[in-house]
Design a protein around this ligand. Structure first.
Ligand code: F0G
Length: 440
């Protein structure tokens, strides 16, 4: 199966290309938008790559390096696909390593969702506990290649945790803009612990996003939000790993939570490219799931994108509390490429789905559970058929947001279906025994 690796110089064929007017720029130019104002893609020469890349090449890299030292090119689920992500040489790569996340399946959960088989790709099991590490290994590697003096992002928490870690690894100062009081405790703790300069903005995520772009443009700091096309290249490895995990036979659906729409954008590009390269014959349909209180993309979708909706966002799933998503255009393209769709679920549905995912021993943060709630809703509505193969993306780890979990189980949600409150017991054996006898 194993094939020799193509030399990287033969695949160094990337540039930045506008997705609207097609204007292209050199890949080593620091820019996030085209002169026409539209977003940029990292463009790969798929024609030149097609004869060099194959299923066998990627399968041959699966085993990892022998011995105690990990190397990104053999141990990372991102750099395994380096020719179609960022053709960097190993000494420049900043990696933990990331990716190679498990694909779970649990009959009780599939049953609750109404599917014969629901698979869950657990991106919360990445090094800093979210899928952001896949984008950040590429974004920070590119920052290093460009000689950036500092890196920055606005974040609902996971991007900042990941940026803080990877910037620390690369020894580059990190500036983080977060909405004050609106990110989960675990995520704030990570940013502080990894040594990032943390600015708590007295506003929401959308305000922080506007500010960080101004700062990056004025102060020569490298922006590592998903507006940065290199970030999205790394996140492409999630669907690539799914396709490879299924033996290059595409599942019918990938269902994912959608906030700033970076993943929705990256998934479409990855699937399109995989098909163009002949790695798969068929690609899955994408279902993007928003929280009802933070659903501008869903509102626009319902209008057939005749109008771009924005809103003042609110939801328990703070990771996706976003009212003006950055990758709007790129996400529409994903729907076109994958025959995709968008839906929205309530906070109650999110928290009940989370309790189900947690309760089977897998666990995730609230935003991730939107994928599971969305799959359940789409099956009930007859959009997804029970026999179809569904992969839900769990984007973040249970431990990211202990507050939301404890609140759910201790009565904050009157209609909580699966609350598991702790029991107060006197420090006496008889009292303890009584509680246990009631439970078993
Ligand atoms: N799930 C989690 C756990 C997230 O942290 C995010 C985004 C999403 C889903 C949505 O992904 O933005 O690609 O549509 N978090 C960003 C952050 C915004 O700052 O950490 P998206």
């Amino acid at each position: 199966m194993s094939q020799p690796n193509p030399p990287l110089e033969s695949v160094s064929t990337i540039s930045l290309r506008c997705l609207r007017c097609q204007k292209s720029y050199p890949a080593d130019e620091v820019r996030y938008l085209c002169d026409c104002g539209s977003q940029l893609d990292v463009w790969h020469d798929l024609e030149a790559l097609r004869p060099l890349l194959s299923r066998g090449l990627f399968d041959g890299r699966l085993s990892g390096a022998p011995g105690p030292r990990v190397t990104p090119t053999t141990n990372s689920g991102v750099w395994r696909y380096r020719e179609i992500i960022l053709p960097a040489t190993v000494e420049h790569i900043v990696s933990r390593p990331e990716g190679n996340t498990p694909l779970y399946e649990h009959p009780r959960l599939s049953n609750w969702v109404g599917a014969d088989a629901l698979f869950l790709k657990h991106e919360g099991e990445n090094p800093t506990g979210s899928f952001k590490d896949r984008g950040m290994t590429v974004g920070v590697t590119q920052a290093k290649l460009l000689g950036a003096r500092a890196v920055a992002c606005a974040s609902t928490g996971n991007t900042s945790a990941s940026l803080a870690a990877y910037a620390a690894l690369a020894n580059i100062p990190a500036l983080i803009f977060i909405p004050a009081g609106k990110i989960a405790t675990g995520k704030l703790a990570q940013a502080l612990a990894y040594g990032a300069s943390t600015l708590q903005i007295q506003g929401d995520f959308d305000d922080a996003m506007t500010l960080v772009q101004q700062v990056c443009n004025e102060m020569g700091v490298y922006l590592l939000n998903s507006l940065n096309p290199f970030r999205l290249e790394g996140q492409k490895s999630i669907p690539l790993e799914i396709l490879q995990g299924f033996g290059w036979q595409a599942p019918d659906w990938i269902v994912l939570p959608a906030g700033n729409l970076g993943n929705t954008a990256a998934f479409g590009k990855a699937l399109y490219e995989a098909q163009q390269l002949g790695l798969v014959d068929k690609i899955p349909r994408i279902a993007a799931v928003q929280a009802a209180g933070s659903s501008p993309f869903y509102q626009s979708y319902r209008l057939n994108f005749a109008e771009r909706k924005t809103m003042k966002a609110e939801t328990i799933a703070t990771a996706i509390r976003i009212g003006n998503p950055v990758s709007y255009e790129r996400a529409i393209r994903t729907l076109e490429w994958t025959n995709g769709l968008v839906t929205a679920v309530t906070d109650e549905e999110i928290m009940d789905a989370k309790a189900m995912v947690d309760g089977v021993g897998i666990g995730c943060e609230p935003a991730s559970a939107a994928a599971v709630a969305g799959a359940r809703q789409l099956i009930a509505a007859g959009v997804i058929q029970p026999h179809e193969t569904i992969v839900g993306i769990l984007t973040g780890n249970l431990l990211k947001d202990p507050g939301a979990t404890v609140d759910y189980h201790t009565g904050a949600w009157p209609n909580a279906q699966f609350a598991n409150p702790p029991v107060q017991v006197a420090a006496e054996l008889a009292a303890v025994r009584k509680v246990i006898e009631q439970r078993l």
